[in-house]
Design a protein around this ligand. Structure first.
Ligand SMILES: [Zn+2]
Ligand SMILES: [Zn+2]
Length: 97
């Protein structure tokens, strides 16, 4: 926390809720949307929650091979059961698309 941060006096409105913004912790450049502190926090929360709700992902150390491209797999976000084919991150991503 740095409460001594310099604030710039501005005359803008929030790009999201149109609330008047009179102070910014940075000098507005004019070509970027500006958000009020409420919307900024909401945007930060919505981004953080999707990740934080699951908590830090535990990784299991494994010594497996991708069933698709044969790449070595050394970490998995779940414990391999052995009965299912495993895919590396690239192949998992490619299969999801
Ligand atoms: Zn706003
Ligand atoms: Zn692969």
């Amino acid at each position: 926390m740095n409460n001594d941060r310099q604030m710039y006096n501005v005359d803008l409105s929030c790009a999201e809720c149109k609330t008047a913004i009179t102070q910014l912790p940075f000098e507005p450049t004019g070509d970027k949307p500006v958000y009020c502190t409420t919307c900024l926090r909401a945007r930060r929360d919505s981004r953080g929650n999707s990740r934080d709700s699951r908590g830090p992902r535990q990784m299991y150390q494994v010594n497996e091979k991708c069933a698709e491209c044969n790449a070595a797999i050394t970490q998995l976000p779940f414990q391999p059961s052995g009965g299912k084919p495993l895919y590396c991150f690239d192949c998992v991503k490619a299969r999801r698309q």
